[in-house]
Design a protein around this ligand. Structure first.
Ligand code: NAP
Length: 337
């Protein structure tokens, strides 16, 4: 049994993690922390957990977690809060999977530029491994700190990785047009995600300046071995969960749809959660699962990649458990199929 703790207990990704980990035969959820001082029972925060787990939240206390024998901590905190919380855990030898963006960008100056504050934990930033198992699986297995990937970035990265690795696309001005359900913004209320503001409406936001842009470019540059430039445009759509991305790339040489599909199948041959499909994927088909569904088409000599995932499972808590499984030597699929 591996004892784990989850930080940020009242949030959406914490709820999703608890649901997945309750199915894990080798995990004991030893603690869930929250800032709420009255130590709410998890079922009070998340009524869907009624009868499924008998645990009260506790305030974050690193000594208590260590004494309790916790070996791995999932940080489901917002960016900024994670990087001031994680160092104490690492210093005590715990392994951490951080779901926030705090440890994803290797360059602290890039972090400051896109997140508007300087990085508070440069030392550990240097040792973080980007938690996309399909690309960094071996490094994840031995990492102490895993930077779980962003939900939008996964669709862009996994959607383009086979093409970038094969050097068969123009590396500049790749276009990623993404739509996300409202849970992507978290449970903390905001005006833009207030029901009358976003229901019956579709809108783009952060055009040309969304923080996931450098994350996508960093990872795709690793895959391609050359600089990558993307135009990433996110949209909010009136559904609870799910992300759909339509991605446009220009081929460097003529390619047929058949060749492209074969390229994707071969690239993801050993990736149990990537489904290369021939039909046009839809968020409903992977809702609540850890699957990433992708297909590809040629349209007027351009490559069009169509990809989708569940933002809370594949985009956050599911891939976190996939990383956890690799880190602790369990079958990658445990609790996820
Ligand atoms: N939602 C998604 O689809 C998604 C996908 C990928 C990655 N992520 C990332 O995962 C993290 C969690 O996302 P989420 O959707 O679960 O967010 P959320 O629903 O807003 O939950 C975050 C929780 O963190 C705690 N918290 C908030 N502000 C805090 C602060 N300043 N200091 C300490 N704790 C604080 C709160 O829990 P308590 O009140 O119980 O303390 C809050 O409920 C974020 O960094 C997010 O960017 C989210």
């Amino acid at each position: 049994m591996t004892k784990v703790a989850i930080l940020g207990g009242s949030g959406y990704t914490a709820l999703e993690l608890i649901k997945i980990l309750l199915r894990h035969p080798h995990v004991e959820i030893a603690a869930v922390t929250s800032r709420q001082r009255d130590m709410p029972h998890l079922a009070e925060l998340h009524p869907s957990l009624t009868g499924r787990i008998d645990l009260r939240c506790e305030l974050f206390d690193v000594e208590r977690l260590t004494t309790n024998g916790v070996q791995c901590v999932f940080s489901c905190l917002p960016h900024g809060a994670s990087m001031v919380t994680v160092p104490a855990l690492l210093q005590r030898g715990l392994r951490v999977i951080d779901l926030s963006a705090d440890y994803r960008l290797r360059d602290p100056d890039l972090y400051a530029q896109w997140y508007g504050e300087s990085h508070a934990d440069r030392m550990h930033l240097a040792q973080a491994v980007y938690g996309l198992p399909e690309l960094y699986g071996d490094a994840i297995a031995t990492a102490q700190l895993v930077a779980n990937p962003g939900c939008y970035p996964q669709t862009g990265i996994l959607g383009l990785a086979p093409l970038a690795a094969g050097h068969c696309i123009e590396p500049r001005r790749l276009i990623i047009d993404s739509k996300s359900g409202v849970s992507g913004a978290g449970r903390t209320p905001k005006l833009t995600t207030h029901f009358p503001e976003c229901n019956e409406s579709v809108s783009a936001y952060q055009v040309g300046k969304h923080r996931h842009t450098p994350e996508i470019e960093q990872v795709l540059a690793d895959v391609a071995g050359e600089p990558i430039e993307v135009i990433f445009t996110p949209h909010l759509i009136p559904m609870d969960r799910g992300i759909f991305s339509t991605i446009y790339a220009m081929p460097r040489r003529p390619l047929s749809e058949h060749e492209l599909l074969e390229m994707y199948r071969s690239y993801y041959a050993h990736a149990p959660f990537v489904r290369v499909v021939e039909h046009l994927p839809a968020t409903k088909d992977c809702a609540g699962t850890n699957f990433f569904d992708v297909t590809v088409r040629m349209v007027r000599d351009a490559i069009v990649v169509l990809a989708c995932e569940d933002n809370l499972v594949r985009g956050a808590s599911g891939v976190a458990v996939q990383n956890f499984n690799r880190m602790f030597g369990y079958d990658e699929r445990t609790a996820l199929l």
